[in-house]
Design a protein around this ligand. Structure first.
Ligand code: ZN
Length: 390
């Protein structure tokens, strides 16, 4: 077994570059001196790292100098909006959505390609995804990486999609297929859509640092965030709230089990029970106080409460963020769900569970996917910097 060795100069620079970017991500507009103070690095080290990061386009200098104190001036530094962009792709059951997000987190362009991907051969869908990625990559900005959100189990270590019940996919190497088809020379990261949505919620949302984010659409996924970090289980397979069995004798699910939550509280079930055909029609019916629609959502809230109370009794989470279609249903879904949780969660009397609607709604997954490409560069900027500076 090899012993740990002291970090070489190159490794140290890698680590310290990430520290500098982290400081500017937390406190945009900081001067070199402020970055030095925040990171514990010397001013000389910060200056040399900043020069290199400016050279690679990751940091931009403000035009206006500001006074730090008597006789001292500093230039404001920011992550550069012209720096590496994250390209986010969501492969949904009925759409492929692509977003281009700049290095500071602002959305630059959005594309949506509707279409039924259910039971389509993965090769067909991935060919469409590759076309979407190539189209986005023709925008006149540097692409730092591609993040792909898929509605299924993704093995964290390999990026392999093991199973996506609602797409009817098994064992698809999304990352390699996409790299090959789109002829990409940037990193491609593949993640579970509910986990990526939870990360977007953590960065941009209303959930705080401890919450479970529910992506309630045709499938139901959960992203669990504890102390500001995603908890995805040992293999990356955690958070499959939609496949919690809530009625052992219930309808057969695409996963092969019976009575899974998503068969009883998913978007398709609610829409059908309400006697309408689309979510838009469902929302109109709810706004018009139509009985069947109100009852359909109340029933879904009860099943969701059964499943979520199990999760919260196990994990002790203070906040439920309703995302995806559920975000739009929150005015009707939230109160009966909160009531169900207050009855079923043992600790609710001392730590009430807050139910809130995500402001990101159905956009969270694609935003999280684009963000994953940017987070990877923030955490380890050197490969990108080296690719630019040569
Ligand atoms: Zn299932």
């Amino acid at each position: 077994m090899s012993r740990p060795r002291p970090a070489g100069q190159h490794t140290v620079r890698r680590h310290n570059s990430a520290l500098v970017l982290g400081a500017l991500s937390t406190a945009p507009g900081s001067s070199r001196a402020a970055v030095a103070a925040a990171t514990g690095l010397t001013k000389a080290t910060v200056s040399s790292l900043v020069d290199r990061l400016i050279g690679a386009g990751l940091i931009a200098e403000g035009e206006v100098e500001f006074r730090l104190g008597p006789g001292r001036r500093g230039t404001a530094l920011h992550l550069s909006p012209a720096g590496p962009h994250g390209l986010g792709v969501e492969i949904g059951v009925d759409h492929i959505t692509t977003w281009l997000v700049d290095f500071t987190g602002h959305v630059r362009r959005k594309w949506v390609r509707p279409g039924d991907n259910r039971n389509s051969a993965p090769a067909r869908v991935l060919a469409k995804v590759a076309t979407a990625v190539r189209a986005a990559a023709t925008e006149d900005v540097p692409i730092g990486g591609v993040g792909v959100a898929v509605p299924g189990l993704v093995e964290a270590a390999t990026g392999t999609l093991r199973v996506a019940p609602n797409l009817g996919w098994r064992e698809v190497d999304v990352r390699d297929e996409l790299v090959r088809r789109a002829a990409l020379d940037v990193p491609v990261l593949v993640g579970n859509e509910a986990n990526l949505a939870a990360l977007a919620e953590l960065r941009h949302g209303v959930g705080g640092r401890d919450f479970v984010h529910i992506s309630g659409e045709i499938g139901i996924g959960a992203g669990i965030v504890v102390h500001g970090a995603l908890f995805e289980g040992v293999s990356g397979f955690g958070g499959e709230l939609g496949h919690l069995p809530v009625d052992p004798r219930g309808p057969v699910c695409g996963c092969g089990s019976r009575g899974c939550l998503e068969r009883l509280a998913g978007q398709d079930r609610i829409v059908r029970a309400a006697g309408v055909t689309t979510v838009a029609e469902l929302l109109t019916a709810l706004a018009g106080n139509e009985k069947a629609a109100l009852a359909a959502v109340r029933t879904a809230a009860r099943w969701l409460g059964v499943a979520l109370s199990a999760a919260i009794n196990l994990l002790d989470l203070p906040t439920v963020v309703l995302g995806g279609t559920y975000a739009h249903l929150e005015p009707w879904l939230g109160p009966p769900l909160a009531a169900e949780l207050s009855r079923r969660v043992l600790g609710a009397q001392w730590s009430p569970v807050r139910v809130v609607a995500s402001e990101l709604g159905a956009d969270a997954a694609v935003l999280g996917a684009a963000g994953s490409a940017i987070r990877a560069i923030l955490a380890d900027p050197d490969p990108y910097v080296a690719s630019v500076l040569g």
